[in-house]
Design a protein around this ligand. Structure first.
Ligand SMILES: [Zn+2]
Length: 333
């Protein structure tokens, strides 16, 4: 163990990019983006911000994109980026680098042309179906559907444009078919291990191995009911990382915390969102009195914890951001 995990973690945060591959706050044009300061205070350098998911109408996604783009471009301390070089420049300047992601292809409204439109607006990763089956493929809580012809066509378009194929929230079959078909590395931006906690949102070892075989990365997520029994301890985050590292090695693991600030300090928040659309969040899987999420500041604690668990510095740096950066460098155009 390094003599002082705290000092080592501090140095790693100064010298290397800290990458959070997914934020979970509600994509809505009226959301207060000053809250992005939470990630800056936590030492995060890059954040993928969700701008839409299947539960909402695609027009709201376009409006959210318009509002988020305008705010980020107008506000000191934040940058919309299109390359890993720009992520590094943002870190140097002390800015938070942002790109956008989409959770589910209802936002395409059946049109392949929409992929390029979203790409041009800053979307750099997109997943197929959000929990429930849709026009592109199968969701993780809705049987085990495969990709549709439309979903297959979208993969080709994402590969062409340089948008990362993300498989979180999808059915087992859809994930395996997409990884087979994609010519570029695929990711699970925010998915924990089903071996450690048997929730349908979590993924099996064969999915993790197939993802690593594409050159991709699996990001661990901070939602308590995917980590364990609404368990958001930093040591539990580290346990899910340990499992993945033992399975596929440290070069295919990252962090997609999915932190949603709406839940801070009130009883509404995540629980109320889940109750509002029970077909997307079936009671059998979401019957908890509360749903907590690990805070971005825990990424620093996680770094200390991995060092305490004898992880090599290089491996910690890779998990903190190097791995997702490698994928972005290979895919983004
Ligand atoms: Zn999600």
């Amino acid at each position: 163990m390094p003599d002082n995990p705290h000092a080592t973690a501090k140095r790693l945060f100064q010298e290397h990019v800290v990458w959070d591959d997914h934020a979970g706050f509600g994509p809505d044009p009226s959301v207060d983006l000053n809250k992005l300061q939470i990630w800056k205070d936590a030492g995060v350098d890059y954040l993928s911000v969700d701008v839409g998911y299947d539960v909402m109408d695609w027009r709201m996604t376009v409006k959210s994109l318009a509002a988020f783009r305008r705010w980020i471009r107008a506000t000191d301390g934040y940058r919309l980026v299109t390359s890993v070089a720009e992520v590094r420049q943002a870190k140097k300047a002390g800015d938070l680098a942002v790109t956008f992601d989409l959770e589910g292809m209802n936002c395409l409204d059946g049109s392949l042309d929409m992929v390029e439109l979203y790409h041009s607006l800053g979307v750099r990763q997109m997943l197929f179906a959000y929990n429930k089956n849709n026009l592109a493929g199968g969701g993780c809580h809705n049987g085990n559907e495969g990709l549709s012809d439309f979903g297959r066509a979208v993969i080709g378009e994402m590969n062409r444009l340089g948008m990362i194929v993300d498989l979180s929230h999808c059915s087992h079959r859809t994930t395996m078919e997409a990884m087979e078909l994609s010519s570029a590395p695929c990711i699970f931006s925010h998915s924990n291990s089903r071996e450690l906690w048997d929730h349908e949102r979590n993924i099996r070892d064969d999915q993790v191995k197939a993802c690593a075989a594409t050159g991709g990365v699996v990001g661990i997520v901070g939602i308590g009911i995917f980590l364990g029994n609404n368990d958001i301890r930093t040591s539990t985050l580290a346990d899910h990382i340990d499992h993945y590292v033992n399975l596929v090695g440290p070069t295919h693991v990252g962090i997609g915390l999915d932190y949603a600030f709406e839940g801070e300090g009130d009883d509404e928040g995540l629980g109320a969102v889940l109750d509002a659309a029970p077909d997307y969040w079936p009671k059998s899987q979401y019957d908890y009195p509360a749903v907590d999420c690990a805070h971005p500041r825990q990424i620093f604690e996680l770094t200390e914890e991995l060092l305490r668990r004898q992880y090599k510095e290089d491996d910690v740096v890779a998990i903190l951001g190097g791995n997702f950066m490698r994928v972005a460098e290979a895919v983004w155009k």
